[in-house]
Design a protein around this ligand. Structure first.
Ligand SMILES: [Zn+2]
Length: 231
């Protein structure tokens, strides 16, 4: 049995990013998927969340997604957890998995997940979509943290959530698949140079992608030198 078949991957969010990410991970042969999401399916989700149909409206997203995954990929063990992953639960939940995919909406929760993964030394694939731009990045143990790139969450009124801003379903599909690709690269043994990560940005309007090299910052307030207790 390959390492991929034995890998347990945690996907936080069973919506616009989590649906395409789990599709690609299951298709590639990941052995076990844990899905976390506190929300229920809403009619406005249906255009970009492929596991959910009109008959699922009102049902927990994780139950709807796990059901469809089990039907299409019976060999993948899927565990649905209807909960919001917070800083208190994250360490034990993350430690039980080879890798975490952050497929959540909203900005603030992404720092909670990325901080917890960095401290637990569990790799996390960050991802986000806003308007016509999407991005994905693998954060590896010992590499840069999310705050080396973005110093901290923006003010809550500065960045609308996807539901507020409107998101093209196709762009969410592309970014979810990009996240799955980064996860599969890592699980397959690919590693970034020490202390580095690569931010992948996809501009949906220009239909153009670019890569940005991200280095661990000595003056990062979270993981930088002077905060050795965390490293
Ligand atoms: Zn940092």
């Amino acid at each position: 049995m390959s390492a991929l078949h034995q890998a347990r991957v945690l996907v936080v969010g069973a919506g616009g990013l989590g649906c395409p990410a789990t599709l690609q991970l299951a298709r590639a042969g990941v052995g076990a998927l844990t899905l976390c999401d506190p929300d229920r399916v809403e009619p406005s989700n249906l255009h970009r969340q492929l596991w959910h149909g009109p008959g699922d409206v009102g049902r927990p997203k994780v139950v709807s997604a796990a059901e469809k995954l089990a039907r299409v990929f019976p060999r993948v063990a899927v565990t649905p957890l209807q909960l919001r992953v917070d800083a208190a639960q994250a360490p034990s939940l993350f430690a039980d998995h080879a890798l975490v995919v952050d497929a959540t909406d909203g900005v603030e929760g992404k720092f909670v997940l990325a901080d917890a993964a960095w401290l637990a030394r569990v790799p996390l694939v960050h991802g986000g979509v806003l308007r016509m731009q999407g991005q994905a990045m693998l954060l590896s143990p010992g590499g840069p943290c999310l705050r080396c790139l973005f110093e901290g969450p923006p003010a809550l009124d500065e960045v609308p959530t996807c539901a507020q801003a409107g998101v093209l379903g196709t762009l969410a599909g592309i970014v979810g698949a990009m996240q799955a690709g980064l996860a599969l690269d890592y699980l397959g043994g690919q590693r970034a140079p020490a202390g580095e990560a690569e931010l992948r940005v996809f501009d949906g309007a220009a239909f153009r992608g670019r890569k940005v090299r991200v280095r661990r910052r000595a003056d990062c307030g979270f993981c930088g030198l002077g905060t050795e207790a965390r490293a």
